[in-house]
Design a protein around this ligand. Structure first.
Ligand code: SF4
Ligand code: SF4
Length: 283
């Protein structure tokens, strides 16, 4: 294998602020949850009609680049050794800006990756607080400290489909998103589950660009199956060699090359055009 070029380190000024936001988001979710659980007593489930629309309005008005879905959390999607308090999940995704990601692995792209990690951590805390005010018991989970396989969970919630690199491919922003869930006690909302995006798997078989362009050859050609028959998504596979990815990801503080090169990351109408090409067999 060719030795990897060492990219320049990101500038420290903005990164310090981003890391402070990251730390604040992580601390907040635990600070919020401790007193909250002290107050919890068993409560009967009360349906909340109209709340999903209100929540969507709240999210849209506050963060134009955030999308949400809602689904049941299968036990198999919880990482070994971790736990979640509740078994329904709201999943939020937030866009990483294209002009920044296009610079990967330049520090500007890394800063954008970290900015959205930090920002989305604060977003899910705020969504959780909003829900609690409406009487919905829930637990937010910072995107940097994942308890579950969030790309699979978001795929189950109909927000996109996992690409060859294991990241979620969304219709709006392609792979230029970060993901974080809020675990919820009851099925307060209709599930957003659908299979509209599973054709992406077929496109990925033809494309394979992320695998070819990954500087550390961390995207597996043959994907070992971890768990079979997970409701809503089928098999969960290991797409990334973690050690290889982490080494380059840490060195560049965010890498993002596999996101940059994915055709879906162009956004706009790319999703529709590629879908039509797959359906019409013109690729
Ligand atoms: S983040 Fe970088 S190193 Fe990791 S899989 Fe993607 S391209 Fe490869
Ligand atoms: S780069 Fe190609 S193979 Fe990789 S996730 Fe995107 S569409 Fe799929």
């Amino acid at each position: 294998m060719r030795p990897m070029a060492r990219p320049p380190a990101p500038p420290m000024g903005d990164m310090v602020e981003t890391m402070q936001d990251m730390q604040r988001g992580m601390s907040q979710s635990w600070e919020d949850i401790e007193p909250y659980f002290d107050e919890l007593e068993p409560a009967a489930f009360e349906p909340k009609p109209g709340l999903w629309n209100e929540l969507n309005k709240f999210v849209r008005e506050k963060w134009g680049d955030v999308r949400i879905g809602f689904t049941e959390l299968p036990q198999q999607m919880i990482f070994r050794g971790k736990f979640t308090l509740f078994r329904y999940a709201l999943v939020a995704n937030q866009e990483m800006k294209k002009d920044k990601i296009d610079r990967a692995p330049d520090p500007q792209a890394s800063q954008e990756v970290m900015r959205v990690y930090a920002s989305l951590g604060l977003v899910v805390n705020e969504i959780a607080r909003w829900l609690r005010k409406q009487g919905v018991r829930c637990q937010s989970n910072h995107p940097m400290g994942g308890l579950t396989n969030t790309p699979s969970l978001a795929g189950k919630a109909g927000m996109g489909w996992q690409g060859r690199h294991g990241l979620l491919v969304t219709p709006e922003y392609g792979t230029r998103v970060r993901l974080a869930p809020v675990f919820i006690e009851h099925k307060y909302f209709e599930f957003t589950d659908n299979h509209d995006h599973d054709w992406i798997e077929e496109y990925c078989e033809l494309c394979q660009v992320c695998e070819k362009e990954c500087p550390s050859k961390a995207i597996n050609s043959e994907k070992a199956v971890n768990v079979n028959n997970v409701p809503g998504v089928g098999a969960i596979r290991t797409c990334i060699n973690r050690e290889r990815c982490v080494e380059y990801f840490s060195r560049t503080m965010g890498c993002a090359i596999c996101i940059k090169v994915c055709p879906f990351s162009k956004g706009g109408d790319t999703y529709g055009q590629l879908k039509a090409a797959v359906e019409n067999r013109t690729i």
